[in-house]
Design a protein around this ligand. Structure first.
Ligand code: ATP
Ligand code: MG
Length: 235
């Protein structure tokens, strides 16, 4: 459980699930249901205020923040790009990476082709003083940055929301080819993104409304079934 300092009630309440190494977990739920907050607890940006979170049996609060942040690397919901080149922005997460590794990460994030089409390629300056990228381009540079970290646990907080569903799928297929043991948390509003996950956790007002695999959840009346129905009709 978790409550923000100034709050009286818990924003995350009685949420419980476990993730095996190498699994992909999807977190769904309406806006404000607590998805981003939940992910911030994992890197101890905030410390949970009740209950327990354990990694390999070790209580999170006993693990140094610096260590956690090297091993659990998120793509934030509003990624920030520094006033530097694209290549420098990707390298932020792993300063020792080579040019080839930058390109590989950019390819996985489906942004390489876009970058090489810019006049200055990977040297293109972005951020406040540089070229302004579209929301989806920014997201993909941020994804490349997380990929190059080679972290065993990565979190995508709505990180594919600004790209079309085809690019979303391409990126996820590329990710699957990453080391098999990367554990991935995907926060998403799209059923098409969540459906392949090993476990889907649906949050509602900071509580688990439902949890299971796509096949189970689509058969059971509930929030996920309703969302799947609506998105199915739109597709
Ligand atoms: P979205 O789909 O819009 O990204 P979310 O599920 O990620 O939503 P959170 O950002 O986790 O939702 O927010 C959950 C609740 O916590 C909301 O009611 C929000 O107003 C509140 N909240 C978020 N950040 C803070 C904060 N720093 N201080 C106090 N309350 C906060
Ligand atoms: Mg959020």
């Amino acid at each position: 459980g978790f409550k923000y300092d100034d709050a009286t009630t818990e924003i995350i309440h009685d949420v419980s699930f476990s993730i095996q190494p190498g699994q992909t977990i999807a977190i769904m739920g309406k806006t404000g249901s607590g998805k981003s907050t939940l992910s911030l607890l994992l890197t101890r940006l905030y410390d949970y205020t009740s209950g327990s979170i354990k990694i390999d049996g070790v209580e999170l609060k006993d693990i140094q923040k610096a260590y956690l942040r090297r091993n659990i690397v998120p793509v934030l919901q509003d990624p920030f790009l520094f006033s530097k080149s694209i290549s420098a922005n990707i390298l932020m997460a792993n300063k020792k990476a080579s040019k080839e590794e930058v390109v590989r990460a950019a390819r996985i994030a489906a942004i390489h082709d876009t970058i090489v089409n810019f006049k200055d390629g990977y040297d293109t300056a972005v951020g406040e003083k540089g070229m302004s990228l579209s929301g989806g381009q920014k997201q993909r540079v941020a994804i490349a940055r997380t990929i190059i970290s080679n972290a065993p646990v990565i979190i995508f907080d709505d990180s594919l929301s600004a790209v079309d569903t085809e690019t979303d799928l391409a990126i996820r297929q590329n990710l699957k080819e990453l080391e098999k043991d990367t554990t991935t948390l995907i926060i998403t509003h799209r059923v098409s993104t969540a459906r392949d996950a090993d476990l889907i956790v649906v949050l509602e007002d900071g509580k688990v409304a439902e949890m299971g695999k796509h096949e189970e959840l689509t058969k059971r009346p509930g929030l996920y079934q309703r969302i799947a129905e609506i998105q199915g009709k739109m597709a």
